[in-house]
Design a protein around this ligand. Sequence first.
Ligand SMILES: *[C@@H]1O[C@H](CO)[C@@H](O)[C@H](O)[C@H]1NC(C)=O
Ligand SMILES: *[C@@H]1O[C@H](CO)[C@@H](O)[C@H](O)[C@H]1NC(C)=O
Length: 357
Amino acid sequence: MARPGLLLLLLLASPPLQPSSLPRPDTTEGKAALVGLILSALERATLFLEERLPGINLDGVVGFQVLEVQLRGVEERWMPDPLLRPLGLRARKLADQLEALLRRSIFYLKLSDPTYLREFRPSLQPGFWKLPRTWTRTDASLVYPALEPADSFSEESSDACLVQLLGTGTNSSQPCGISDFCRTLMTQPNCSGYKLSHQLLFFLWARMQGCTKGLFGQSQHYISVFCANMMDLNQRAEAIGYAYPTRDLFMENIMFCGISGFSDFYKLRWLEAILSWQKPQEGCFGKPAARKEGHPKAPTQHVLRVKRREKQFTDGCSCHNTAMAVAALGGFLYVLAEYPPAKGELHLSTQSPPSGD
Ligand SMILES: *[C@@H]1O[C@H](CO)[C@@H](O)[C@H](O)[C@H]1NC(C)=O
Ligand SMILES: *[C@@H]1O[C@H](CO)[C@@H](O)[C@H](O)[C@H]1NC(C)=O
């Protein structure tokens, strides 16, 4: 991503100071209203999954798998509270629905891309994704002073390293394996974009897999560095008004770093933005409809490379966008359940950026 252009846009952008129209989660009533909104969005997205199940690719399915885990994580907590109990029941119903759909999706993935399914099957297994038990915040002092000029991300290389880590290659190696090539690639500093988010994913999956030896003894260090930089990129994305091609990565960063335990990715104003991107008819996320007054054919500068396995439906619904959105939204549900208002201390940031949060 071209950094100078971004900086210029950052300077030109007026700070987003509009007050949020979302209910505030600092009372049980407000929290229930907010949770209700998120659940409605997720129910609509699940209808989209159901309708397009044969055409949803593995990356799309993974996002819903993460959502199922998040829903299971919240349902229990809400049952004892009479005000939240109906929401707990809704979460449970949705999780049950997802469980059945995810099982059916395996059938289609076997038909469409059996190799990719075999390699990444662990990420679809129940129990693979674990929710954070402790929370922390990103450390701005870890942000790189300069970035590599271009996003030289190779999805093929990154996939190969993840397959090594999972131990699912044809050579039936053990999990937690890492070649010199992957070590260099996954620890390279000054990266941005999808390269950075996949570096984080690599160490996150290492943790999910229980890899602790060698390089993986430093997993937490790398996770902290990568998420500090992903936070910085998300703040830049916000400052340029979340121009469409950046939304996918923006939500991916919230999904990955949120599940890594960085609670500062769960900002109310980011939640509001994501909710506003859902297509009301389809329930999916993807390319915004062309604005009526503009030039619908205006040249779209694809600053972010298109993901190799990205699947876009003709109505603009994107598998990857939708997957990232539902897992990010599920993370908001989980963090809302983690911080009961009774504690008085609300960690969800509602403030606008100036103070750097
Ligand atoms: C990362 O950027 C810093 C600051 O420009 C530089 O000193 C360092 O050499 C870079 N590292 C790599 C591996 O490019
Ligand atoms: C892994 O398997 C491929 C063929 O599937 C083979 O060409 C390659 O040499 C094998 N690598 C190792 C390290 O055994």
